[in-house]
Design a protein around this ligand. Structure first.
Ligand code: BMA
Length: 331
């Protein structure tokens, strides 16, 4: 039994694994939980992140508008399933007008760092090309934008929920200006969330046909989950097919003190596009995880993921399911 290091979350959204189901991750039967038109301006709501907040939940949602402008919106929920999303995008406050200028914003992650009492938001932020935007809030009303973490081009910046060896820690996926046909995961460290360095390679794509769902590019997904065996990280992996990219999810266990060191990684994916709402939409065949809720008491994990760049779904697993999956399907 692996233990999640963290808090109990009695109201975590949950359904038991269906009888006879063989995959390590199973979908919520009422998916998708957020449809395209959940706010008046939206064309699609997907690739979004949630956290426990008060006696319920809060989140930051990617809503593309009907002009296909990509922006991020705050939202609230009592049960983690039914969401009220603000109709206006987040307006950041900050010290530097240059950084506050908006080009586009998408694929948010939210990470609570207890020692700071702050919820940090990271997202793909347009600044002469995609880079990683960073902000924090304490109330999901006022959002303070900090410096972008990196130079362009980078997508998928995911913060760790505590400092490691005295530094903030982030995994990210350097990219290009377009629909990047490559990409590995790197680890970076910062004493102050402004200056990032001590970059380390974590892991790359898998050549050949050993694990071809992750042959083209990979990127970090939700905030890594601390366990007594290491950091459990769910990530996305992509293969380029004759019909375009297909996005699936996998998992990896990283060393607790040196998270650029991989302990175990799964060869088989844990979830991929199969249901209609994952296979059909603005971008077909995409399952894109951006957040988890975890319950340290039971080991339960609820994954939030974007479906076909159109709607948002949830799926369930446990820490033991994922650890066993890696043990039984080692890369
Ligand atoms: C990636 C990002 C994601 C998106 C995915 C599939 O490059 O743009 O937001 O879900 O492509 O279109």
């Amino acid at each position: 039994m692996t233990k999640i290091i963290g808090k109990a979350l009695k109201n975590i959204p949950w359904q038991d694994k269906p009888e006879g189901y063989t995959m390590p991750v199973w979908r919520y039967t009422q998916n998708p939980i957020i449809g395209r038109r959940a706010i008046p301006s939206s064309n699609s709501i997907f690739n979004s992140a949630v956290v426990p907040f008060g006696d319920g939940f809060a989140g930051v949602f990617r809503c593309d508008s009907k002009s296909i402008s990509m922006d991020i919106f705050a939202g609230f929920s009592k049960d983690g399933i039914n969401w009220e999303i603000n109709h206006e995008p987040i307006k950041f406050v900050g010290e530097d007008e240059e950084i506050l200028k908006r080009e586009y914003r998408y694929d948010p992650r939210v990470c609570y760092v207890e020692e700071d009492g702050r919820y940090y938001i990271t997202w793909c932020n347009g600044y002469h090309g995609p880079t990683i935007g960073v902000a924090y809030t304490t109330d999901f009303k006022t959002f303070h934008q900090l410096e972008n973490a990196f130079l362009p081009y980078n997508r998928n910046g995911v913060l760790f929920p505590r400092k490691i060896n005295g530094n903030y820690a982030m995994v990210s996926r350097p990219s290009d200006t377009g629909h990047t046909p490559f990409g590995d995961i790197f680890f970076s460290q910062s004493p102050d969330l402004t200056y990032w360095g001590k970059h380390r390679f974590v892991m790359g794509t898998v050549p050949g046909d050993t694990s071809a769902w992750q042959i083209t590019k990979i990127g970090p997904g939700p905030t890594p989950i601390e366990t007594d065996e290491g950091w459990l990280m769910i990530y996305h992996g992509v293969i380029n097919t004759c019909n375009g990219f297909v996005y699936r999810m996998g998992c990896v266990l990283l060393d607790i003190d040196e998270p650029w060191k991989v302990i175990m990684r799964s060869k088989d994916y844990i979830l991929g596009p199969e249901e209609l709402y994952e296979c059909v939409g603005d971008v077909p065949n995409v399952t894109f995880p951006c957040a988890t809720l975890t319950d340290a008491e039971t080991g339960r994990i609820c994954i939030y993921y974007g479906c076909a760049d159109s709607v948002t779904g949830i799926a369930f697993t446990t820490v033991d399911e994922l650890i066993n999956h890696m043990k039984n399907n080692p890369l």
